[in-house]
Design a protein around this ligand. Sequence first.
Ligand SMILES: Cc1ncc(COP(=O)(O)O)c(C=O)c1O
Length: 376
Amino acid sequence: MYSIDEREIDAIRRVFAKKKLLRYQADGSGECETFEKEFSSHIGSSHALLVTSGTNALIAALEAAGVSEGDEVILPAYTFVATAAAVLHVGAIPVIANVDETLGLSPQEVASKITPRTKALIPVHMDGLASDMEGLTTLASKHSLLVIEDVAQAIGGSYGNKRLGTWGDYGCFSLNENKNIGAGEGGIVVSKTTESAEKVLRAHDISAQFNPIAKKSLTSTVTTLGGSMRVSEITGAIMRVQLERLEGILEGLRSRKNLFKEILRGNNCAQVIVGNDEKGDCASSLHLLFPSTEVVAFAVRKLLAEGLPFIPATSRPAHASWKWASLLGQQNYSAAEFLPSIDILTRTLKMEIDLHQDLAATEAAARQISKVLDSV
Ligand SMILES: Cc1ncc(COP(=O)(O)O)c(C=O)c1O
């Protein structure tokens, strides 16, 4: 969440003035419902539903997709632990595949993990970098697998001419405080068909099928053991303002990252990682891939000494599967299986792009990094 000001406060006031906080509003003018339509039309999805978190967005999508006990779901070694936890929450088995130098899943690696029990795959667009959605969706349709995109860290990003989240059968976003836009906490599930949107609605709220207003949007009467992932109108109201900020935020991040890329292009020490679609990158982070762990260890000390806030891509245990794989229970993963990912990620340094840093200061920081890299 890069910006918040009086506009969000005014939006919250509007909700309180109405004195109706539940999302189901008889006249269809609710903040949540309106946001969901605005968000769908903004990113080009058919349906969107607000939920209480990105983790719950994944759980609701997995449930709607019919993923259950015994099914295998392939996900990348570089992701937040919640991606795997969501799979466990629906009783399925997370199968972790290595990432490549784009920091996402490669179709080849996913193909090597497919078994007769595989039901779905979850590409994760980590740090705003797009996964190879063309390759992954082609592979998925060849094997009749569902695709659930984890777009928690890449709201607004795109691959090719489509926004992230709209390539798969479902797209799951997080609106927690660390994301491009957000409401402190929250999530969104986008889905392609009316049938899947109804399943997500039921999965997110056990009461929907009994609520006279929510019920109106359902075309069937199947009883579902849903959860309780409803958000209040406050989240909807904040998100309507946040959505208006999204393109400006992406533009600001991208113009700053472009400066880094222009200045660092051509250095002989490290490669800038751009994901699978450079233009669609949300540009929230700058990643440098070094040739060896010795060079990276030397470089990070020098960068930090210059006040350049780089961290190793492996520094957050919750983002490194080999540090949380023991949580997965039924899968006895050994760290050896993750060696290809460990190799890439331990050679990668990451720095968050500072949206509030002016362009001159950004350019100066880029020149400073370039100088350090020249000296390594
Ligand atoms: C890749 C990824 N997936 C899922 C989540 C879960 O989102 P939330 O914290 O909103 O539950 C996050 C949150 O940071 C994330 O980064």
